[in-house]
Design a protein around this ligand. Structure first.
Ligand SMILES: Nc1ncnc2c1ncn2[C@@H]1O[C@H](COP(=O)(O)OP(=O)(O)OP(=O)(O)O)[C@@H](O)[C@H]1O
Ligand SMILES: [Mg+2]
Length: 250
């Protein structure tokens, strides 16, 4: 059984139909990379999966359990609970500026009573070591580089043990020399237990890390397949044009 099943998600903002029926599934441990031009609906899709937007129609099913089905009314508590299946790392890090690095990582699990202060400190230190920031526990976000801030944001998302970790262009706010350190961390998370969805313009990264590539265009999945299928033998003319334009611009 797929870990994640997305069925016919649709979302409008006013008259602007941004998602026009998006369906896909993802197995546990797989990495999905979503590519596509600006405005194609990538962020909206991630925000729907994280219950930050409410789709107009469709279903979101995790581990066989329907977390969202359009038309059903959900309480705030249900939405909060459903959101815990997913983690989201934003383009602009969105750390809490008033808290130090360790506190940024432990805040959410401590609010949800996920362990004693000591246990959560241990967890936070372990995760920060995993992203290469063992020496920055007491620093504040403003004292860190963008790449370091993004690595804190990744540790913070991991601290909630999400079943599916989503990244929305995690390196697009970073200088090229800081991009590598963040991509290395994401790459290192790939394994049995972490299922990831990464919206990215880093095509080499997508090709080497992802099991599945989705190319989105105008609110639909224009093409889905393995990296070899999508990058080397795209079926759709639109995908070919997008990839060609992308290569030209670099
Ligand atoms: N909260 C909102 N209210 C109204 N329109 C929105 C909202 N969020 C997104 N849109 C519109 O939805 C469309 C898709 O936006 P989205 O952010 O999902 O695209 P994207 O693929 O992530 O683009 P980019 O690569 O630039 O990040 C755009 O036309 C955008 O203007
Ligand atoms: Mg976006």
């Amino acid at each position: 059984m797929a870990l994640l099943q997305v069925e016919n998600l649709q979302k409008c903002f006013g008259n602007n139909k941004v998602l026009k029926g998006v369906s896909f599934s993802l197995e546990k441990g797989q990495v999905l990379a979503i590519i596509g031009s600006s405005g194609s609906g990538k962020t909206t899709l991630l925000r729907c999966l994280n219950f930050l937007e409410t789709p107009d129609s469709g279903e979101i099913i995790v581990n066989g359990k329907t977390l969202f089905s359009a038309g059903t009314k959900y309480t705030d508590d249900q939405i909060r609970e459903n959101r815990l299946h997913f983690g989201l790392v934003f383009q602009n890090f969105n750390l809490f500026p008033q808290y130090n690095v360790l506190q940024n990582v432990t805040l959410a699990p401590s609010l949800l009573n996920k362990g004693t202060a000591e246990e959560l400190d241990e967890l936070g230190k372990k995760l920060l070591a995993q992203v290469g920031l063992a020496d920055k526990l007491e620093s504040y976000p403003c004292q860190l580089s963008g790449g370091q801030q993004q690595r804190v944001a990744i540790a913070r998302a991991l601290a909630m043990h999400p079943e599916i970790l989503c990244f929305d262009e995690p390196t697009s706010a970073l200088d090229p020399e800081l991009t590598g350190e963040v991509l290395r961390v994401i790459r290192s998370l790939k394994g049995e237990d972490s299922t990831m969805i990464v919206v990215t313009h880093e095509m080499d990264f997508a090709r080497s890390v992802a099991d599945v590539i989705i190319y989105m265009a105008d609110g639909v999945i224009e093409e889905i397949g393995t990296p070899e299928e999508v990058f080397d033998n795209p079926k759709s003319e639109k995908t070919r044009a997008f990839l060609h334009g992308f290569r030209e611009s670099f």
